[in-house]
Design a binder for this molecule. Sequence first.
Ligand code: PLP
Length: 422
Amino acid sequence: MASRNFSKFGKRFSRKNGITQLMSDLGNAKHSNNPNTIMLGGGNPAIISAANDKFISELEKLISSSSINQMIGFYDGPQGSEEFIAELVMMFNNHYGWGLDEKNIVITNGSQSSFFSLFNLYGGEMEDGTHKKILLPIVPEYIGYADQGISEEMFVSIKPEICMLNDKQFKYKIDFEELINVMSSDDIGAICISRPTNPTGNVISDDELNQLDLISKEYGVPLIIDNAYGQPFPGAVYTKATLKWNTNMILCMSLSKLGLPGLRTGIIIAEHETVEALSRISGIMVLAPSSVGPSLLTRMIRDNELLQLCDDVIRPYYKEKALTAVKLFESVFKDVDGYLHKLEGAFFMWLWFPNLSITSEQLYNNLKADDVFIVPGQDFFIGIDDDWDHKHQCIRINYAKDELVLKKGLEVIYNHVKSSQK
Ligand code: PLP
C-alpha cells in the first residue's frame, strides 16, 4: 500500500529519531530475560520498597473509601483536581512562603506534556509573523525537549563552560556572556533549564539561577525551571540549592521521580495568565488531566506525609546511591583518562572520556554487544553542531541500581574505554 499522506505536523511528530530508537533498544533489552544484561540506561526511578509500600497502602485505603468514585468516575476540570491544587497551594505557601493562590497551579498528564504546551505557548510562529525560540542556557540538557516544537528550529542552545575540579571531576557552568549575546541577537520567547539536570546531575547554583532570573525579567520572557528531580519531591538534590519561584518563573514539577511515573502527573506553578492558557490547552487536548495522581496524594499532602516520606526515605536513598556511585567511579576508573560530572542531583553519572579513539555512540554499541546498556551522550547536546568533539565523548549511566550490578557494569565500561584510548 502507498504510504499515508501525513500532514507537516504528522511528519514532524512521527519521524524516526535517535532517542526513540535508543529507548526501544533499552526496552527490548529489559524484556529479553537475558540474565547477563546490565541495564544502566533509561530514566526510570528506583522502586524504593518503603515508599512503594506506602503508595500501595494509600491506594488500598482509597479503593475502600468513597474517594475512589472521584478517581475513576468523574472528570476533573481542565486545570486539574481542585482539592489537590488547594493542598499544594497550602503546602508551598507554608514551606516556601510564595503567596500562591489556586489560580497559580495547573495539573498536567506528566511534565513531558507540560513542556509540550509551554514550549509551543511561548515559542514558534507569533501573530506578527516573527518566530520565537526557546533558549536552553546550558547543554547537555534533557533529551525529551528536543522534538517538542510544532514548528522547526524551536531551540537555541549554548555550550557550557567546563570547569575542572579535583578528584577527576568537572562541572558545567553557564556561559553568561554568550547567553546575553543570544538574548540580544535572537528572538527568544522563553528560557528553560532543568535543575537538577538530566543527564549530568548538575544543579545550577543559586547565583546562576538568580542571574537567569534577572536576565529573563530584563528581556521580558519567562524562565521555565524543570524541577522533575528537585525539591520538595523527590528532593534528589545533594548540594545547597534554594528552590525559588516568582511570577516571572514557571516551575514544573512531576510525581514521576518519586516512584510514580505510571500515574502521569505533572504540576506547573506560574502566574495566572499562563495557568489559564495551559488549562485551556489541556481542555482542548485531553479534556482533563488524569485524576489518579491527585486522588492518591491529596491526603498524604494534607497530613504532611508526602514531604516526610521524601525527607525520611526517598532523598536519603538517592543520596546514598550518589555516594556509592562516586566511590565506585574513583576506584574503577582511576587509571584511565575519564572524568565524572560533579554529582549534585538526580540519579545519573555523566562520564567524560576525552581520549577515546571511538565515539560515545560506538562505545554504546560495543557495550551493547557485551549486554551492558548505557545512554551515549550526543543526543543530549540539543542544537550543538557535530564537530564539537566533546559531544561524542560522554555517556550517561543511571546509578539507582544495586551496588554490585553497578560495579560490574562500570568494570565492563572501564575495559572498553581502556582498550579504546587514543
Ligand atoms: N524533565 C526531566 C529532566 C526528565 O528527566 C523527565 C523524565 O525523565 C521529564 C521531565 C518528564 O517526566 P514526566 O513526564 O514523567 O513527568
